[in-house]
Design a protein around this ligand. Structure first.
Ligand code: PEP
Ligand code: MG
Length: 846
């Protein structure tokens, strides 16, 4: 025995009806707002989530009572109304109530073609969505009487029942099928992917079809008041005369009118100036009262305007920024609200070129979206080839199994980088983000044949020179050249970020290794450099050979000699950085990687080096082998090099101090920050600090100038976090290097994690890739302990994060709660971080 629902289980939408977004969904609520704004909304009934849930389980409504709200013979539509528009819902069904009798009635009044088009469309959508028949069977291209008759015959043959003629039965079946569709597994998974909770409900709205078929100007249309791509004020949309509704009106055809005057054809503005002017008024009124740019779905019935629905305009990130800033500038919303309306991550779409979402594309391979933006170029398999392309001004994509520091110049020359291995913090990813070069890593579905110079994936084989498009925002690589959209940094973007800065209460610095990075960082108003990885400075052509000479030096004097020649180059680097940053803090990390990374990896490279150093090839190979380690990331690197080969750090300290004196003499005084990497014990810091202090004293007395500097520690090993108390006794600041800290906390190689990370995330082992999203439970606990222990030992200790997580909104929230002084992230993420930090403050202000 089916359950019967009572009469009070639905609400007619009036200005005062008890309709809430949380019980009846966004569409019902929005329609109520339009009613309150006194717009001509057709009669509408809203069914709550609870009722729809009951209907899905077989309960029946008193439909005669519900239909009693509408004039007899009224055609109806049913549309979904979930709590958020992006959670979707079943397709709307229009023209419920069409049957043979109604067909005859409309045919007599307005002509048979109008009646047939309406009836056929209803049969088509009823067959597909309610009876679940094969839609292809009902897909008549031209609505005409024989097509309608065929559809009714096919319906009966497939279901063994005639097409339902009772409007009450039609409505009952539509409501039940929509209610059940919402409970289906695919609908649930889709909405959960958009953030809907497990229990998300569906409301339904039953609305009178507002004609659109009258004798005078009749039809249906859609109007927007902005360009959805740029956000600029502009009327866009279409109006289609007679018999079709809503989105269908967007499909161009002979009976489609432009909205505004247009040389290409007739327009609504000319044909129905009053209705058009009324639409503009409604648009402006909705904008001011609903405080949003709305897209209005409307009909004209014999010249009379009806507003069927209004939704916020779907728009690009660029348009979102412009609309929010314009609404705030006009006093329609507060500045804080404008800031809250923009997703921080959406800002990175504005900073880079993007694949045009409207383009037709063919996927070559997918991987991890490691550095945002899109680029097109010819496939090359080596850094040398990339540099050769750059010298010919030919855009290229560097495709590698993985990149090493040797590839830096190739990466600089390439438009994008694609690697088979790696994760969010592997070399290619970190450098790609730093350079602003789009990058996809961990694309394990492709196989590179370096000898043949080909790469294979998804049944395609590409050779050197073939075109690819890399979409680093979405982690997809596309075959051939795909249309791209240009970045859009307009004055609205700058205004929004200035408003963000006025709210932001945590420092935002940039990770910048080169003058180019530093300039970008300043352009994005970073408040200093939080991490300058100095090793990247040694991969320039002239320095690499000197570096190798230093590595192969037989005696301390020989090593000193090579370092003496590197010193002026390093000093010049720091002078550049200090000058660009104009007195803002610059935190320089001393040399970090294993020396082995500087050696050539090929036999040819070894031979070249033997020539350059005038040593036998056998000796070069033997020494290189001796330097190789089983586990280089846990081996002779960071402070361990500093302790065992003191000359390197001493040269760097001298270069930093000499640059400080020079820049402070002719420009703004500088107080550099020197950071020691990969520390795990207090004694390491004590040793290095005393040596750096000694160098400072020498430079001071030799140059006769005093200067300030600060020495700090990069917390990258779990032990350093645990022992932050003793370490802080010798450090003015602690900066958490969460890339290595994540690697070491999980015991998970940051360069190899890409191979299995997607399996791990898919199977729920990790909720997210911990190299992308800071693991608050584990690594976060080390940050909490380290910060508390450090501050307990030294109250004025500066705390920061400089791993790649530093620019993520969720890590900024966490670090701010721990009382960190600043976060540091790649220059292109600085705007994202500025907005995310401001939103935290606004959220707190409530
Ligand atoms: C880190 O380990 O978090 C870090 C910033 O240093 P790198 O990525 O250079 O190892
Ligand atoms: Mg590190």
């Amino acid at each position: 025995m089916p359950k019967y629902l009572t009469l009070t289980d639905y609400a007619q939408i009036t200005g005062s009806a008890p309709i809430k977004r949380q019980t009846h969904g966004w569409r019902a609520k929005c329609l109520q707002r339009l009613v309150r704004l006194e717009m001509p909304v057709p009669q509408t009934i809203a069914l709550s989530f609870a009722v729809v849930r009951e209907i899905a389980t077989g309960a029946q409504m008193n439909l005669r009572h519900l239909l009693g709200h509408f004039p007899k013979g009224q055609l109806l539509s049913v549309r979904p109304s979930a709590e958020h528009p992006q959670w979707g819902g079943p397709a709307a069904i229009l023209n419920i109530g069409m049957n043979d009798e109604k067909h005859a009635e409309i045919a007599a009044a307005y002509g048979e073609p109008v009646a047939t088009a309406l009836y056929l469309r209803f049969v088509q959508s009823y067959a597909a969505h309610v009876a679940h028949l094969d839609p292809d069977m009902f897909d008549a291209t031209e609505p005409c009487l024989p097509a309608l008759q065929a559809a009714l015959r096919d319906y009966e043959a497939e279901t063994e029942e005639p097409f339902p003629q009772s409007p009450a039965q039609q409505l009952a079946d539509v409501l039940r099928s929509m209610a059940r569709a919402w409970e289906g597994t695919s609908a649930r998974l889709l909405r959960q992917a958009k953030g809907a909770p497990l229990q998300a409900g569906l409301g339904l709205v039953v609305q009178a079809m507002a004609g659109g078929i009258g004798a005078g100007e009749s039809g249906a249309g859609l109007i927007r008041f902005i360009d959805a791509e740029t956000g600029m004020p502009q009327v866009t949309g279409r109006f289609k005369s007679r018999g079709v509704h809503g989105q269908e009106a967007m499909k161009n055809g002979a009976d489609v009118l432009y909205l505004t005057r247009d040389k290409r054809g007739p327009s609504l503005e000319e044909r129905c100036p009053e209705a058009f002017a009324e639409l503009l008024r409604h648009g402006e009124y909705a904008r001011r009262r609903l405080r949003e740019e709305m897209e209005i779905e409307f009909t004209l019935d014999d010249g009379k305007l009806w507003v069927l629905d209004a939704v916020t305009v779907q728009r690009s990130s660029r348009a979102s920024v412009r609309v929010a800033v314009d609404l705030a500038n006009e006093g329609i919303i507060e500045r804080d609200e404008a800031l809250m309306r923009i997703q921080p991550k959406a800002l990175s779409d504005l900073l880079h070129r993007q694949v045009d979402a409207r383009a037709r594309t063919e996927v070559f391979v997918r991987g991890i979206a490691a550095s945002p933006g899109a680029a097109i170029g010819r496939v090359v398999f080596s850094s040398t080839a990339a540099q050769a392309c750059a010298s010919r001004d030919e855009p290229c994509i560097l495709v590698r199994r993985e990149t090493t520091p040797e590839d830096i110049r190739g990466m600089h020359s390439a438009q994008a980088v694609l690697t088979e291995r790696g994760g969010m913090t592997s070399h290619a990813a970190v450098i790609g983000r730093g350079l602003g070069v789009p990058c996809v890593v961990g694309a394990s579905g492709m196989q590179i044949d370096e000898r043949r110079k080909t790469v294979q994936a998804a049944g395609h084989t590409l050779a050197e020179g073939d075109m690819l498009t890399v979409d680093g925002t979405n982690g997809v690589v596309l075959i051939g050249e795909v249309p791209l959209l240009e970045p859009a940094l307009d004055d609205r973007f700058t205004t929004l970020l200035d408003w963000a800065d006025a709210r932001c209460d945590i420092g935002i610095r940039a990770n910048a290794d080169t003058p180019a990075d530093a300039r970008i960082a300043r352009g994005f108003k970073a408040q200093g450099i939080g991490l300058c990885r100095t090793e990247h400075m040694f991969f320039e052509d002239d320095r690499l050979t000197l570096m190798r000479e230093m590595i192969f030096a037989d005696t301390s004097e020989d090593r000193q000699d090579s370092l003496e020649r590197l010193l002026p180059m390093q000093r010049a680097d720091f002078i550049d950085l200090f000058e660009i940053m104009q007195g803002q803090p610059v935190c320089i990390r001393l040399f970090d990687p294993p020396l082995h990374e500087f050696l050539p990896h090929s036999r040819e490279g070894m031979r070249f080096l033997a020539d350059a150093l005038d040593k036998p090839l056998s000796e070069i190979t033997r020494r290189a082998e001796a330097l190789s380690e089983f586990n280089p990331m846990l081996g002779m690197r960071g402070v361990r090099l500093g302790v065992t080969i003191p000359e390197i750090y001493e040269m760097q300290a001298r270069a930093i101090f000499e640059a400080t004196v020079e820049v402070s003499r002719r420009a703004t005084p500088i107080a550099p920050e020197i950071m020691i990497p990969l520390v795990s014990a207090m004694r390491e810091v004590e040793l290095i600090k005393s040596r750096i202090d000694a160098i400072a004293a020498t430079v001071r007395s030799r140059m006769g100038v005093d200067f300030e500097y600060r020495i700090g520690v990069m917390v990258e090993t779990p032990r350093a976090a645990l022992r932050a108390g003793d370490i802080a006794l010798h450090a003015s600041f602690l900066s958490f290097g969460t890339n290595d800290l994540t690697q070491m906390t999980y015991g998970l190689s940051r360069d190899d994690a890409g191979r299995f990370m997607s399996d791990y995330v898919q199977q729920g082992v990790f909720p997210e890739d911990p190299f992308r999203t800071l693991d608050l439970d584990g690594v976060g606990e080390l940050l909490t302990l380290g910060a508390a222990r450090g501050r307990k030992a030294r109250e004025e200790l500066t705390l920061s994060i400089c791993g790649e997580h530093g620019g993520n909104p969720e890590s900024i929230r966490f670090c701010r709660e721990l009382g960190f002084d600043y976060v540091s992230c790649s220059p292109f993420r600085v705007p994202v971080a500025r907005l995310a930090a401001a939103q935290l403050v606004i959220e707190e202000l409530g």
